[in-house]
Design a protein around this ligand. Structure first.
Ligand SMILES: Nc1ncnc2c1ncn2[C@@H]1O[C@H](COP(=O)(O)OP(=O)(O)OP(=O)(O)O)[C@@H](O)[C@H]1O
Ligand SMILES: [Mg+2]
Length: 260
């Protein structure tokens, strides 16, 4: 292969953040010429090096197992739309040090302000840093805990969940829970307290969580544990979904009803 082509491949591999392609391209080209591979066979061999390296590093598997509703990265997040949010705060969380310290992150704010986006972005960083991650909505977590409870296996389930370095609970507040949900949730929070991290997102300020959980005493005890070691980030403004739509407010975005 010509020098120029090799350096072109090196450039493309860097741009794709695919170092194994860079390493394998020239070496496999030799092999391909000797063994008379087709172009397709050569391309497949090069790509397979990158894919198997990624899979064995496990990050990709952990990302797939996490159950994210979509892929969103911190790099894609537009901070210009969220001027009160410091890039440094998110960049620091992105290093994953909060996970090793078993700290929590709470993302509050009105609809469409990027809570789920940031939660997924942080989850993906966590997976890259080697942590197992599980993402679900608050409603789905309650269903999961309720089924374990009904089978008499709640303690075992909580132990199992503690093996995940990060659990993401999305959308606390959109759907109110029944009282046994408050108790189940409390057990999830207290079983992780000072052991493993949680990321929670909510459209409601903490003062309204008592209504959501239908139990002010349990909600207060739960919030106390969550925020003891936590970064609480409040996102503001209008929905990113409505950007360029000509609509500037949603009915639920009135300050008295939201976490803003
Ligand atoms: N600052 C931003 N930069 C880039 N994309 C953004 C930003 N904020 C939101 N988005 C995008 O807008 C959409 C809505 O954001 P997201 O789902 O994170 O909102 P949310 O705060 O979770 O809202 P909800 O409370 O309705 O669940 C997503 O596609 C997300 O990627
Ligand atoms: Mg959301």
């Amino acid at each position: 292969m010509g020098r120029e082509t090799i350096s072109e491949i090196e450039y493309f591999a860097r741009a794709l953040k695919a170092p194994r392609i860079r390493d394998a391209a020239a070496r496999l080209a030799e092999q391909a010429r000797e063994a008379g591979w087709t172009h397709e066979e050569y391309l497949a061999a090069v790509l397979s090096r990158e894919v198997s390296a990624r899979e064995s590093s496990g990050a990709e598997l952990r990302i797939r197992a996490a159950g994210f509703p979509g892929r969103k990265s911190l790099e894609e997040f537009n901070f210009d739309h969220q001027p009160s949010l410091k890039r440094d705060t998110i960049a620091h969380l992105g290093t994953g040090s909060f996970l090793t310290e078993a700290k929590n992150v709470v993302l509050l704010g009105p609809p469409g302000t990027g809570k789920t986006h940031l939660a997924i972005g942080l989850g993906i960083k966590a997976a890259h840093a080697g942590h197992r991650v599980l993402f679900a909505t608050a409603t789905d977590w309650v269903t999961r805990l309720q089924s374990a409870h009904q089978l008499g296996r709640l303690p075992q389930e909580l132990v199992k969940l503690r093996r995940y370095g990060l659990i993401i609970v999305d959308e606390v507040g959109y759907i109110p829970f029944e009282q046994d949900a408050a108790n189940l949730f409390f057990q999830l929070v207290s079983s992780r307290y000072e052991h493993a991290s949680l990321i929670l997102t909510s459209n409601l300020p903490f003062s309204r969580w008592g209504d959501v959980f239908g139990d002010h005493v349990v909600a207060a005890a739960m919030i106390d544990r969550i925020v003891h070691h936590a970064d609480v980030i409040t996102l503001k403004g209008s929905s990113y979904r409505l950007k360029n739509s000509g609509i500037d407010t949603l009915p639920s975005a009135r300050p008295e009803n939201t976490a803003e």
